[in-house]
Ligand binder design. Structure first.
Ligand code: 5GP
Ligand code: MN
Ligand code: MN
Length: 315
């Protein structure tokens, strides 16, 4: 028996959490584990404590029960898809209030912040790693839908280098449970509403190339993006469009979250962007990383981001 299952068996009340601004992998792994526990273990009180994910994930069973508040009475905390304590936001206090804690994650920058840590940075996604810890015969179609969504999102629909034969095998086992995977991929990964699509167009129109076209970057200030969308999660995917431009090796997208505060996303074809993000106090994976930075966009770009990108391109 692995440590996760042993801890679940010994716990009466369980809090499941993940990182702030939950994405498909974070939402899928937390709700996937929630469904697995409620379906296979009797008499456990289980709560998913998470910032509210995008409504596009509301098809996942248990979505409406997600609460932003910490579950202070839980005796076990399971953290999924979060690389460090700060990524848990206000839910980090459960690391102290729960008698036991386990962190399950695939970020190269993971700090092993829980009492027990299962970190495998070669995994496409936390959902893939989580599946290897579960009894596949006991994975229901509801759990499968959650885990499949996470694998799809973090592997860029089975395209990123982190995708392995095992990723594909697991995805195959999941779809054999029987659900409309085409709809999940279309509705949660590719579709964008009209205004979010226009905003993408605006970013691409104003994007700039640097370093012989090896770097492409786009910037949005708060007033600009908030004219198009109210939910910042609708900017997901903009970075991939910058990365997909011919000749680009590192793509950068930054948008203003508060006065002089920017969320930075970095993507690369082969270069290491996790080290750039880590230098800025963020983290992530070799080819996909992010951070939050403070200051004026022009100055951050000129003094910090572009020099670091140039160094990485030449390194
Ligand atoms: P994204 O650019 O899509 O927000 O994030 C890309 C990857 O970097 C994800 O794996 C995400 O978890 C990680 N990441 C993004 N922002 C941060 C951050 O501020 N801190 C840390 N530690 N990781 C981040
Ligand atoms: Mn994530
Ligand atoms: Mn992930």
């Amino acid at each position: 028996m692995n440590k996760l299952i042993e801890l679940i068996e010994n716990a009466k009340s369980i809090a499941i959490t993940g990182h702030v601004s939950p994405d498909g992998d974070c939402t899928g792994s937390t709700l996937g584990l929630y469904n697995y526990i409620t379906e296979n273990f009797e008499g456990k009180q289980v709560k998913v404590c998470l910032e509210k994910p995008s409504m596009k994930f509301s098809f996942m069973n248990g979505f409406e029960l997600i609460s932003e508040d910490p579950f202070m009475e839980a005796d076990l905390l399971v953290s999924l898809d979060a690389s460090d304590r700060e990524r848990l936001g206000s839910r980090g206090v459960m690391l102290e209030s729960a008698a036991q804690s386990i962190c399950i994650d695939h970020h190269i920058t993971n700090t092993k912040f829980a009492k027990f840590n299962i970190v495998e940075d070669f995994r496409s996604s936390t959902c893939e790693l989580l599946y290897t810890l579960l009894d596949s015969d006991k994975v229901s179609v509801e759990t499968a839908k959650c885990l499949y969504t996470g694998i799809v999102h973090d592997s860029g629909v089975f395209k990123y280098q982190s995708t392995t034969k095992e990723t594909m095998d697991i995805a195959g086992e999941l779809i054999s449970k029987g659900f409309d995977f085409t709809k999940i991929i279309d509705d949660t990964y590719f579709k964008k509403d009209f205004n979010a699509s226009k905003l993408l167009g605006l970013v691409l129109t104003n994007a700039k190339l640097e370093f012989d076209g090896k770097c492409c970057y786009g910037v949005l200030d708060y007033d600009t993006w908030s004219k198009y969308i109210s939910d910042k999660k609708k900017m997901d995917g903009i970075i991939d469009n910058l990365r997909n431009i011919d000749g680009v090796e590192i793509a950068l997208f930054m948008y203003e979250t508060a006065k002089d505060e920017y969320k930075v996303s970095l993507r690369s074809i082969n270069k290491n962007v996790s080290s750039i993000a880590a230098t800025l106090g963020g983290g992530g994976h070799i080819r996909a990383a992010g951070a939050t930075v403070h200051g004026k966009a022009d100055e951050i770009l000129k003094n910090t981001l572009l020099p670091m990108i140039e160094k990485e391109l030449n390194g």
